[in-house]
Write a protein that binds this ligand. Structure first.
Ligand SMILES: *Cc1c(COP(=O)(O)O)cnc(C)c1O
Length: 417
């Protein structure tokens, strides 16, 4: 067997809250003006109270509301797949499994949190959400989720993507969202994720009917993604495996890595590897310190690895990995040595993506290809040592709307600085 499906009846009904299992508390987020720890009231203009509570919750498990489960069931549980043909192509004794998050409506893991975020906002009487998006993965996920709950959705899309990548913009519009290029006040700027966050936060604080939604980084976002790793645990057992020896995931703001890795943090002997682009090396070369989440310095300061909130990452194809900071929990795991981080240049990443596509058939998102590069290198290391190790990676999204990037790669137009 190569594909391991869970029945709908085994969809997890609670998220795993790693925050409650940490040996010491996280450094608290600080108010951008006073630099005092922020309280729930400081965050209330941006988020519904249910999400603010999750952001700080001491509960080890948090129930997933039935209304959320009903929508997640449109595509969950997602398959766990053994990449046997990739193993054969590599000649490795390792067994490689991937969790296929590309089967969601928007084509990535991001709807796992978009749906509960839209739900809790609707429950609190909010009628409109504002957010930012880079290449469009998050914007399309939140547009889909907003449509499910009858919410308006305003998306500030990084201008370079808005102009060069029309298809995700069309998906957002199809799901009823209003999409505008960011920065709104400078038509000559190609924009950045940090600047688009500033636009979305500015929109939110100016309107009582509107809240803000973030697609990664925050604790509640990481929490919602743990459904991935919880399913994977059951599916690995069904495949006759104990825990994996190593888990690999690409890392932009950290929620994708969190999703597959957090449920395994307390398990001994499971290495956790976060893979990031060499051009935006937050975990491998950033500093661990308090920094803003956005360019304008409007968000709370978080203790995390950061390249500086004004860092302008070069335009690479893995738009979803171009963020200057990282989840505070993921940052702590790396700083404490519980998780490892590696960085790869684009060329090596696309090489792995093409090898995977030819062995397994599926064409990964460039972000996902970072994890594939990491998993392949783990499998090649196992070949050197002759170890039968078990590798699990997160197949975070498909690349069907990223074919221009593959065209660049195949025609030698993809240059690494
Ligand atoms: C956004 C995205 C990522 C990165 O997720 P983070 O939570 O920001 O680390 C990885 N893969 C795909 C396909 C994405 O869309």
């Amino acid at each position: 067997m190569t594909r391991f499906h869970l029945p709908e009846s085994q969809l997890p009904t609670a998220w795993y809250n790693l925050l409650a299992h940490l040996d010491e508390p996280l450094d608290p987020p600080l108010h951008p003006a006073t630099r005092e720890p922020v309280g729930p009231d400081d965050l209330a203009p941006l988020f519904p109270m249910a999400l603010i509570q999750q952001e700080m919750s001491p509960e080890p498990w948090i129930d997933i509301p039935g209304e959320v489960l009903d929508i997640l069931k449109l595509w969950r549980p997602t398959p766990l797949v053994r990449a046997e043909r990739l193993e054969a192509a590599l000649g490795t004794p390792a067994r490689i499994y991937f969790k296929d998050e590309s089967v969601s409506p928007a084509g990535s893991h991001k709807p796992n949190t978009a749906v509960p975020q839209a739900f809790y906002n609707q429950q609190e009487g909010i009628t409109r959400l504002a957010t930012e998006t880079g290449a469009g993965q998050w914007g399309s996920s939140l547009s889909f989720a907003s449509a499910q709950f009858g919410l308006e959705c305003k998306v500030y899309m990084v201008r370079a993507s808005y102009e060069q990548k029309p298809y995700r913009k069309i998906m957002m519009q199809l799901w009823g969202a209003d999409v505008v290029p960011s920065p709104v006040d400078d038509e000559s700027s190609p924009g950045s994720l940090g600047a688009a966050i500033s636009d979305a936060v500015r929109d939110t604080v100016g309107r009582a009917d509107t809240h803000y939604a973030l697609g990664s980084v925050l604790n509640h976002v990481c929490l919602h993604q743990t459904i991935i790793g919880l399913e994977a645990k059951d599916q690995l057992a069904a495949a006759g495996e104990a825990n994996p020896d190593v888990i690999v995931a690409s890392c932009g703001g950290g929620s994708n890595f969190a999703g597959i890795a957090f449920p395994f943090v307390k398990d001994d002997g499971v290495r956790l590897v976060a893979v990031e682009p060499a051009s935006c090396p937050t975990l491998t070369e950033g500093r661990f310190e308090y920094d803003f989440g956005d360019v304008a310095g409007m968000t709370p300061l978080m203790a995390m690895y950061t390249l500086g909130h004004d860092f302008m990452p070069p335009s690479i194809h893995a738009g979803g990995l171009r963020y200057h900071g990282d989840s505070p929990i993921v940052s702590k795991l790396v700083r404490d040595g519980r998780a490892e981080a590696v960085a790869y240049p684009q060329g090596k990443v696309f090489e792995a993506a093409v090898q995977f596509a030819n062995a397994e058939g599926k064409i990964p998102a460039p972000e996902t290809a970072h994890a594939i590069r990491g998993a392949i290198d783990e499998a090649l290391a196992a070949k050197e040592t002759g170890e039968e190790k078990v590798i699990l990676f997160n197949y975070s999204g498909h690349g069907h709307l990223d074919l221009a990037a593959y065209d660049d790669f195949m025609n030698g137009r993809l240059v690494d600085a």
